[in-house]
Write a protein that binds this ligand. Structure first.
Ligand code: NDP
Length: 261
Protein backbone atom coordinates (compact mmCIF):
# COMPACT_ATOMS: atom_id res chain seq x y z
CA UNK A 1 0.00 0.00 0.00
CA UNK A 2 3.04 2.31 -0.11
CA UNK A 3 2.70 5.55 -2.05
CA UNK A 4 -1.10 5.60 -2.00
CA UNK A 5 -2.54 8.93 -0.95
CA UNK A 6 -5.79 8.57 0.99
CA UNK A 7 -7.74 11.69 2.00
CA UNK A 8 -8.37 12.49 5.65
CA UNK A 9 -11.97 11.34 6.18
CA UNK A 10 -12.07 11.93 9.96
CA UNK A 11 -15.35 13.61 10.90
CA UNK A 12 -16.51 13.86 7.27
CA UNK A 13 -20.18 13.10 6.49
CA UNK A 14 -20.67 10.49 3.76
CA UNK A 15 -24.01 9.31 2.34
CA UNK A 16 -24.06 6.05 0.37
CA UNK A 17 -27.09 4.79 -1.54
CA UNK A 18 -27.47 1.03 -1.91
CA UNK A 19 -25.57 0.35 1.31
CA UNK A 20 -27.56 -2.64 2.62
CA UNK A 21 -25.20 -5.11 0.93
CA UNK A 22 -22.54 -5.50 -1.77
CA UNK A 23 -20.32 -2.60 -2.83
CA UNK A 24 -22.30 -0.01 -0.84
CA UNK A 25 -22.05 -1.93 2.44
CA UNK A 26 -18.30 -2.53 1.94
CA UNK A 27 -17.82 1.17 1.16
CA UNK A 28 -19.75 2.22 4.29
CA UNK A 29 -17.49 0.03 6.39
CA UNK A 30 -14.32 1.41 4.76
CA UNK A 31 -15.38 5.06 5.15
CA UNK A 32 -16.26 4.45 8.81
CA UNK A 33 -12.87 2.81 9.39
CA UNK A 34 -11.33 5.97 7.90
CA UNK A 35 -13.16 8.02 10.55
CA UNK A 36 -16.19 9.29 8.61
CA UNK A 37 -19.81 9.44 9.71
CA UNK A 38 -21.69 7.28 7.23
CA UNK A 39 -25.39 7.35 6.32
CA UNK A 40 -26.39 4.02 4.79
CA UNK A 41 -29.35 4.37 2.43
CA UNK A 42 -31.38 1.44 1.04
CA UNK A 43 -34.93 0.05 0.92
CA UNK A 44 -34.47 -2.93 3.22
CA UNK A 45 -34.59 -1.47 6.73
CA UNK A 46 -33.56 -4.63 8.60
CA UNK A 47 -30.55 -5.30 6.34
CA UNK A 48 -29.41 -1.66 6.49
CA UNK A 49 -29.69 -1.58 10.29
CA UNK A 50 -27.76 -4.82 10.54
CA UNK A 51 -24.88 -3.47 8.39
CA UNK A 52 -24.81 -0.22 10.42
CA UNK A 53 -24.77 -2.15 13.71
CA UNK A 54 -21.87 -4.33 12.58
CA UNK A 55 -19.90 -1.24 11.46
CA UNK A 56 -20.53 0.58 14.74
CA UNK A 57 -19.44 -2.48 16.72
CA UNK A 58 -16.26 -2.72 14.62
CA UNK A 59 -15.26 0.94 14.92
CA UNK A 60 -16.48 1.19 18.52
CA UNK A 61 -18.52 4.37 17.91
CA UNK A 62 -21.90 5.43 16.50
CA UNK A 63 -20.50 6.46 13.12
CA UNK A 64 -22.97 4.58 10.89
CA UNK A 65 -26.65 5.45 10.68
CA UNK A 66 -29.22 3.45 8.72
CA UNK A 67 -31.62 5.41 6.48
CA UNK A 68 -34.52 4.01 4.49
CA UNK A 69 -35.26 5.35 1.01
CA UNK A 70 -36.19 4.03 -2.41
CA UNK A 71 -34.12 6.05 -4.89
CA UNK A 72 -36.55 5.18 -7.69
CA UNK A 73 -39.41 7.02 -5.96
CA UNK A 74 -39.46 10.74 -6.68
CA UNK A 75 -38.59 12.82 -3.62
CA UNK A 76 -37.22 10.05 -1.41
CA UNK A 77 -33.49 10.73 -2.02
CA UNK A 78 -34.04 14.45 -1.49
CA UNK A 79 -35.91 13.77 1.75
CA UNK A 80 -33.30 11.40 3.15
CA UNK A 81 -30.42 13.74 2.30
CA UNK A 82 -32.37 16.46 4.11
CA UNK A 83 -32.57 14.21 7.20
CA UNK A 84 -28.82 13.51 7.03
CA UNK A 85 -27.99 17.22 6.82
CA UNK A 86 -30.40 17.96 9.69
CA UNK A 87 -28.53 15.41 11.82
CA UNK A 88 -24.91 16.21 10.91
CA UNK A 89 -25.15 19.79 9.67
CA UNK A 90 -23.37 19.08 6.37
CA UNK A 91 -22.71 16.55 3.60
CA UNK A 92 -19.16 16.04 2.37
CA UNK A 93 -19.55 13.02 0.09
CA UNK A 94 -22.42 11.39 -1.79
CA UNK A 95 -21.85 7.94 -3.28
CA UNK A 96 -24.67 7.19 -5.75
CA UNK A 97 -24.27 3.42 -5.72
CA UNK A 98 -27.82 2.00 -5.62
CA UNK A 99 -28.51 0.08 -8.79
CA UNK A 100 -30.31 -2.88 -10.29
CA UNK A 101 -29.46 -5.05 -13.28
CA UNK A 102 -33.07 -4.83 -14.50
CA UNK A 103 -34.67 -7.07 -17.11
CA UNK A 104 -32.19 -9.30 -18.86
CA UNK A 105 -33.81 -9.99 -22.21
CA UNK A 106 -33.75 -8.88 -25.79
CA UNK A 107 -35.31 -5.54 -26.67
CA UNK A 108 -38.23 -7.03 -28.60
CA UNK A 109 -39.34 -9.16 -25.62
CA UNK A 110 -38.34 -6.77 -22.79
CA UNK A 111 -40.91 -5.84 -20.17
CA UNK A 112 -41.53 -2.07 -20.29
CA UNK A 113 -42.22 -1.95 -16.56
CA UNK A 114 -38.80 -3.46 -15.84
CA UNK A 115 -37.18 -0.97 -18.20
CA UNK A 116 -38.89 1.94 -16.44
CA UNK A 117 -37.86 0.68 -12.98
CA UNK A 118 -34.24 0.32 -14.14
CA UNK A 119 -34.15 3.87 -15.49
CA UNK A 120 -35.85 5.22 -12.35
CA UNK A 121 -33.24 3.51 -10.13
CA UNK A 122 -30.00 3.76 -12.11
CA UNK A 123 -30.57 7.11 -13.83
CA UNK A 124 -33.35 9.29 -12.38
CA UNK A 125 -32.40 8.24 -8.82
CA UNK A 126 -28.79 9.21 -9.52
CA UNK A 127 -29.92 12.58 -10.93
CA UNK A 128 -32.00 13.32 -7.85
CA UNK A 129 -29.10 12.41 -5.56
CA UNK A 130 -26.70 14.70 -7.44
CA UNK A 131 -29.24 17.54 -7.36
CA UNK A 132 -29.96 17.17 -3.64
CA UNK A 133 -26.26 16.88 -2.74
CA UNK A 134 -25.29 19.88 -4.89
CA UNK A 135 -27.93 22.02 -3.18
CA UNK A 136 -26.16 21.30 0.12
CA UNK A 137 -22.57 21.33 -1.13
CA UNK A 138 -22.67 24.58 -3.12
CA UNK A 139 -23.55 26.79 -0.12
CA UNK A 140 -21.22 24.86 2.18
CA UNK A 141 -18.34 25.47 -0.27
CA UNK A 142 -17.55 22.03 -1.67
CA UNK A 143 -17.90 18.28 -1.61
CA UNK A 144 -17.45 15.13 -3.64
CA UNK A 145 -20.15 13.30 -5.63
CA UNK A 146 -19.27 9.85 -6.96
CA UNK A 147 -21.61 7.70 -9.03
CA UNK A 148 -20.94 3.97 -9.28
CA UNK A 149 -20.85 3.48 -13.02
CA UNK A 150 -20.12 0.40 -15.09
CA UNK A 151 -18.30 -0.77 -18.18
CA UNK A 152 -21.88 -1.20 -19.44
CA UNK A 153 -22.15 2.61 -19.55
CA UNK A 154 -19.62 2.60 -22.36
CA UNK A 155 -20.54 -0.42 -24.48
CA UNK A 156 -23.72 -2.37 -25.23
CA UNK A 157 -24.13 -5.94 -23.94
CA UNK A 158 -26.65 -8.28 -25.52
CA UNK A 159 -29.86 -8.58 -23.47
CA UNK A 160 -28.86 -5.68 -21.19
CA UNK A 161 -30.35 -2.70 -23.04
CA UNK A 162 -32.05 -1.30 -19.93
CA UNK A 163 -28.96 -1.58 -17.73
CA UNK A 164 -26.49 -0.31 -20.35
CA UNK A 165 -28.59 2.67 -21.38
CA UNK A 166 -29.44 3.68 -17.79
CA UNK A 167 -25.75 3.50 -16.84
CA UNK A 168 -24.78 5.46 -19.97
CA UNK A 169 -27.24 8.13 -18.88
CA UNK A 170 -25.72 8.19 -15.39
CA UNK A 171 -22.25 8.59 -16.93
CA UNK A 172 -23.47 11.64 -18.85
CA UNK A 173 -24.85 13.03 -15.57
CA UNK A 174 -21.32 12.76 -14.12
CA UNK A 175 -19.99 14.74 -17.07
CA UNK A 176 -22.78 17.32 -16.96
CA UNK A 177 -22.58 17.80 -13.18
CA UNK A 178 -18.80 18.24 -13.36
CA UNK A 179 -19.28 20.88 -16.06
CA UNK A 180 -21.76 22.79 -13.90
CA UNK A 181 -20.21 22.35 -10.45
CA UNK A 182 -16.41 22.08 -10.73
CA UNK A 183 -15.93 25.86 -10.57
CA UNK A 184 -18.01 25.86 -7.39
CA UNK A 185 -15.76 23.42 -5.58
CA UNK A 186 -17.68 20.21 -6.14
CA UNK A 187 -15.74 17.21 -7.37
CA UNK A 188 -17.90 14.92 -9.52
CA UNK A 189 -16.64 11.59 -10.87
CA UNK A 190 -17.67 7.99 -11.50
CA UNK A 191 -16.27 4.58 -10.60
CA UNK A 192 -16.45 1.72 -13.06
CA UNK A 193 -15.53 -1.18 -10.78
CA UNK A 194 -15.21 -4.09 -13.23
CA UNK A 195 -17.05 -7.24 -12.19
CA UNK A 196 -17.57 -7.60 -8.44
CA UNK A 197 -18.62 -10.66 -6.41
CA UNK A 198 -22.00 -9.43 -5.11
CA UNK A 199 -25.69 -10.40 -5.26
CA UNK A 200 -26.03 -8.52 -8.55
CA UNK A 201 -23.34 -10.70 -10.10
CA UNK A 202 -25.07 -13.81 -8.64
CA UNK A 203 -28.32 -12.70 -10.33
CA UNK A 204 -26.45 -12.32 -13.64
CA UNK A 205 -24.87 -15.77 -13.23
CA UNK A 206 -28.22 -17.38 -12.42
CA UNK A 207 -29.78 -15.87 -15.54
CA UNK A 208 -27.16 -17.59 -17.70
CA UNK A 209 -27.71 -14.80 -20.25
CA UNK A 210 -24.96 -12.89 -22.02
CA UNK A 211 -21.19 -12.86 -21.87
CA UNK A 212 -20.85 -11.67 -18.25
CA UNK A 213 -22.92 -14.65 -17.00
CA UNK A 214 -20.37 -17.01 -18.60
CA UNK A 215 -17.43 -15.62 -16.61
CA UNK A 216 -15.85 -17.86 -14.02
CA UNK A 217 -16.73 -16.62 -10.53
CA UNK A 218 -13.03 -16.39 -9.62
CA UNK A 219 -12.50 -13.40 -11.99
CA UNK A 220 -14.78 -11.13 -9.94
CA UNK A 221 -13.06 -8.77 -7.51
CA UNK A 222 -14.25 -8.54 -3.88
CA UNK A 223 -16.48 -5.55 -2.92
CA UNK A 224 -13.68 -4.32 -0.65
CA UNK A 225 -11.73 -3.27 -3.79
CA UNK A 226 -14.25 -0.71 -5.08
CA UNK A 227 -14.74 0.35 -1.45
CA UNK A 228 -11.03 1.17 -1.21
CA UNK A 229 -11.19 2.98 -4.55
CA UNK A 230 -14.16 5.10 -3.45
CA UNK A 231 -12.25 6.41 -0.41
CA UNK A 232 -9.19 7.12 -2.57
CA UNK A 233 -11.39 8.98 -5.09
CA UNK A 234 -12.33 11.49 -2.38
CA UNK A 235 -8.73 12.69 -2.44
CA UNK A 236 -6.87 15.00 -4.80
CA UNK A 237 -4.92 12.13 -6.41
CA UNK A 238 -8.15 11.27 -8.30
CA UNK A 239 -8.60 14.82 -9.65
CA UNK A 240 -7.39 13.87 -13.18
CA UNK A 241 -10.62 11.81 -13.45
CA UNK A 242 -13.04 14.64 -12.55
CA UNK A 243 -16.00 14.50 -14.93
CA UNK A 244 -15.11 10.97 -15.99
CA UNK A 245 -15.11 7.35 -14.81
CA UNK A 246 -12.21 5.82 -12.91
CA UNK A 247 -11.87 2.26 -14.24
CA UNK A 248 -10.81 -0.23 -11.61
CA UNK A 249 -10.01 -2.70 -14.38
CA UNK A 250 -6.88 -0.67 -15.16
CA UNK A 251 -3.72 -1.90 -13.48
CA UNK A 252 -2.43 1.63 -13.08
CA UNK A 253 -5.55 2.61 -11.14
CA UNK A 254 -5.37 -0.53 -8.98
CA UNK A 255 -1.77 0.37 -8.19
CA UNK A 256 -2.63 3.98 -7.35
CA UNK A 257 -5.40 2.77 -5.01
CA UNK A 258 -2.89 0.42 -3.37
CA UNK A 259 -4.71 -2.79 -4.35
CA UNK A 260 -1.68 -4.19 -6.21
CA UNK A 261 2.01 -3.42 -6.04
P1 NDP B 1 -26.18 -5.51 -5.00
O1 NDP B 1 -27.36 -6.06 -5.69
O2 NDP B 1 -25.34 -6.40 -4.16
O3 NDP B 1 -26.59 -4.25 -4.13
C1 NDP B 1 -27.42 -3.26 -4.65
C2 NDP B 1 -27.72 -2.26 -3.54
O4 NDP B 1 -28.58 -1.26 -4.09
C3 NDP B 1 -28.45 -2.89 -2.37
O5 NDP B 1 -27.98 -2.31 -1.18
C4 NDP B 1 -29.90 -2.51 -2.62
O6 NDP B 1 -30.56 -2.43 -1.37
C5 NDP B 1 -29.74 -1.14 -3.26
N1 NDP B 1 -30.87 -0.72 -4.07
C6 NDP B 1 -31.38 -1.31 -5.19
N2 NDP B 1 -32.44 -0.64 -5.63
C7 NDP B 1 -32.63 0.40 -4.77
C8 NDP B 1 -33.56 1.45 -4.70
N3 NDP B 1 -34.56 1.58 -5.59
N4 NDP B 1 -33.46 2.35 -3.69
C9 NDP B 1 -32.48 2.24 -2.77
N5 NDP B 1 -31.53 1.27 -2.79
C10 NDP B 1 -31.63 0.36 -3.78
O7 NDP B 1 -25.30 -4.85 -6.17
P2 NDP B 1 -23.79 -4.35 -6.23
O8 NDP B 1 -23.27 -4.04 -4.88
O9 NDP B 1 -23.07 -5.25 -7.11
O10 NDP B 1 -24.00 -3.01 -7.08
C11 NDP B 1 -23.79 -1.71 -6.59
C12 NDP B 1 -23.58 -0.79 -7.78
O11 NDP B 1 -22.45 -1.22 -8.52
C13 NDP B 1 -24.75 -0.77 -8.77
O12 NDP B 1 -24.98 0.55 -9.21
C14 NDP B 1 -24.24 -1.61 -9.93
O13 NDP B 1 -24.85 -1.27 -11.13
C15 NDP B 1 -22.76 -1.28 -9.89
N6 NDP B 1 -21.91 -2.25 -10.55
C16 NDP B 1 -21.82 -3.53 -10.06
C17 NDP B 1 -21.02 -4.45 -10.70
C18 NDP B 1 -20.86 -5.86 -10.22
O14 NDP B 1 -20.19 -6.67 -10.91
N7 NDP B 1 -21.43 -6.25 -9.05
C19 NDP B 1 -20.25 -4.09 -11.91
C20 NDP B 1 -20.41 -2.73 -12.31
C21 NDP B 1 -21.21 -1.85 -11.65
P3 NDP B 1 -32.11 -2.71 -1.09
O15 NDP B 1 -32.49 -3.90 -1.92
O16 NDP B 1 -32.14 -2.92 0.39
O17 NDP B 1 -32.79 -1.45 -1.50
Amino acid sequence: MTGTQFPDMAGKVVAITGASRGIGAAAARRFAEAGAYVALIARNRAATEEVANVINAEVGAEQAIPCVADVSVRGEVTAVIGEIVDKFGRLDVLIGNAGIIGPMSGIETADLGGFTETVATNFTGVFEGIQAAARVMIPQGGGTIITVSSGAAHRPLEGWAAYCSSKAGAYMLTRAADLEFRSRGIRVLGLSPGTVATDMQREIKTSGLGEIAQLDWSVHIPPEWPAEALVWMCGREADPWLGDDVSLREEDVRRKVGLIT
